[in-house]
Design a binder for this molecule. Structure first.
Ligand code: GAR
Length: 189
């Protein structure tokens, strides 16, 4: 069987990237072709070094005003592009070239708590401020609007009134670690 190729985008710590890489480590039919980041000092690049996978940095110009990132993607030949904590809006040229091939994870139950500025702890803070009783994750296809593409999978977790923002973030991360690799595998195979 032909090997499937994954490209991951991340902007920060990259704990989801590491979890996904580890999940596919013992599955030789899936290759992590590369990890791309828009932050020169992102911790995800340290993880790439440690995990022996390609880590590449690009700037705003390369991403938004040229076909530079598109050309990198073409050379990496991904079957699926995964946004694992990636915070920039995906430009048209990438969406047009990879229809239904770009998948994002959002740390809340969309359509609630989505859109510009809603990322990481901003999401968890808003969830706490609204005294929500539950939150969760949404894995969805990417279209040209932030957090509005078709939903692939959601999972929920309960919130206690005493939970801090860090507690909520931790609960959401646990769901991400459990479900994201499995959903990616299902989409790929
Ligand atoms: C994850 O919780 C992910 O859902 C979120 O960023 C975090 C990255 O964590 N993504 C967004 O907020 C996108 N709007 P990580 O770097 O440890 O994987």
């Amino acid at each position: 069987m032909k090997t499937k190729r994954l490209v991951l985008f991340a902007s920060g710590s990259g704990s989801n990237v590491e979890n996904i890489v580890q999940h596919f480590n013992d599955r030789p039919n899936v290759t992590i072709a590369g990890v791309l980041t828009n932050k020169r000092d992102a911790k995800v690049l340290d993880r790439c070094n440690r995990l022996n996978i390609n880590g590449l940095y690009f700037n705003k110009n390369a991403f938004q005003k040229s076909d530079c990132v598109l050309n990198i993607l073409k050379s990496l030949q991904p079957d699926l592009i995964i946004l694992a904590g990636f915070l920039w809006k995906i430009p048209e040229n990438l969406i047009q070239n990879y229809p239904n091939k770009i998948v994002n994870i959002h740390p809340a139950l969309l359509p609630k708590y989505g859109g510009k500025g809603m990322y990481g702890n901003h999401v968890h803070q808003a969830v706490k401020d609204n005294s929500e009783l539950e939150t969760g994750i949404t894995i969805h296809y990417v279209n040209k609007n932030y957090d509005e593409g078709a939903i692939i999978h959601q999972a929920k977790t309960a919130i206690a009134p005493s939970d801090s923002v860090a507690d909520i973030a931790n609960k959401v991360h646990q769901l991400e670690y459990e479900f994201f690799p499995k959903v990616i595998e299902k989409l790929l195979l």
